[in-house]
Structures are given as C-alpha cells and as structure tokens.
Design a protein around this ligand. Structure first.
Ligand SMILES: [Zn+2]
Length: 191
C-alpha cells in the first residue's frame, strides 16, 4: 500500500468514525466535499446525517479564519484554526482531520464568536477608556477586561475578550485600537 493509499484509508476510517458520532437536529445533509461550518454551529457533511460541531476554545476561530475540523472522541468535530499549536500537539492529529470551511465568512448574523486581544501602550489616564470606547462601538458583548501596568508603571498591558461576527470586523477593530493615541501594539491571542 502506498503512503497515499494509507492516508486515504485512514481518512475514510476517520470519516466513518465521525459519522458514528452523529447527533441529530441542527444539521442537514448535502452533497458537498467539504464540511460547511454554519454560524449556528452546525455543519453539512457528505453522506452523514449530522455532526455535532463546536468551536475549539484553544484557538477560538472566527468566520474568515482558515480552519480545520478535528474529529474528537465522542464529541463530534472541533473547529480549530489551521495553525493551532494545541491541535498540532495531539498525537496522530492528521488522521482525524476533516476539511471544513465557513458557510459564510462575511455573515453579519447575530451569532457571535469570542475574540481575544492583547493591547500594549503607555500607562496614561484614559487609555483603557479609549480602548473600551472603540470596542463598545462594535460589540455589545465585552466579556473580559484585564488591565495591568508594567512593574515600572510606565506601560500598560490590556487583555480584552469580546464577541465578534467575523474576521473582517475583528481586523477593523484591531486597526481602530491601533490608532488610539499611545497604543503601541495590538495582537490577537488564542484565548
Ligand atoms: Zn485550537
């Protein structure tokens, strides 16, 4: 058996296993090669009546991110970002991967995904307020705010978690926060 055949067999096995994990309800069947990750959290998979899908907490992908499906034991399919280090740390993870894509990466549906960012800037009066002002113009759901000055009190690290519809909105928010005076860097983090 060639390496390619072996991989195909493993993939078929993984898919069969995924189909066994089927849970009913929110998922419909379509003849598509690729799993479609819908904003409702459901998927469409060829030949399967449904799969339970969840967004992985380790990397928190949002619509627009490059994603991959990972077939978990007993819990359906977890959606990770393709570059998720946690996913890569799983033993033989390649064998349990499924191709997935967002059904609509620009959707403005009410469904929100959690995004996490780290902000670094001058520890000045009003910095946090300015950052939160930008965020509150975009999201109604700011779930965590953690602001800490550096030891010398000169700079501030701010971590914020908030709900967002898609990657394009997230990118816009990040750019707006970057333009807040005395903000030096804004980085998206995993969670
Ligand atoms: Zn992940």
């Amino acid at each position: 058996m060639t390496e390619k055949e072996r991989r195909e067999e493993e993939r078929a096995k993984a898919k069969a296993e995924a189909e066994e994990l089927v849970k009913g309800g929110e998922v419909k069947v379509e003849n598509k090669e690729t799993l479609k990750v819908k904003h409702e959290g459901g998927v469409v998979i060829e030949g399967a009546s449904g799969l339970l899908v969840r967004i992985a907490k380790c990397c928190n992908p949002v619509p627009g991110d490059d994603i991959v499906g990972y077939i978990t034991k007993g819990r359906g399919v977890a959606i990770h970002r393709v570059d998720c280090m946690n996913l890569r740390a799983q033993e033989n993870y390649e064998q349990r991967l499924l191709d997935v894509e967002w059904e609509d990466q620009y959707s403005n549906s009410n469904k929100e995904y959690m995004a996490h960012i780290d902000i670094y800037g001058l520890n000045r009066t009003g910095l946090l307020n300015d950052v939160l002002q930008v965020l509150s113009n975009t999201t109604k759901n700011i779930s965590t705010v953690n602001a800490q000055p550096t030891k010398d009190m000169k700079f501030a690290n701010i971590h914020v978690s908030f709900g967002i519809a898609n990657l394009s909105t997230l990118t816009t928010v990040v750019d707006k926060i970057k333009s807040v005076p005395e903000v030096y860097s804004v980085k998206r983090t995993n969670g």
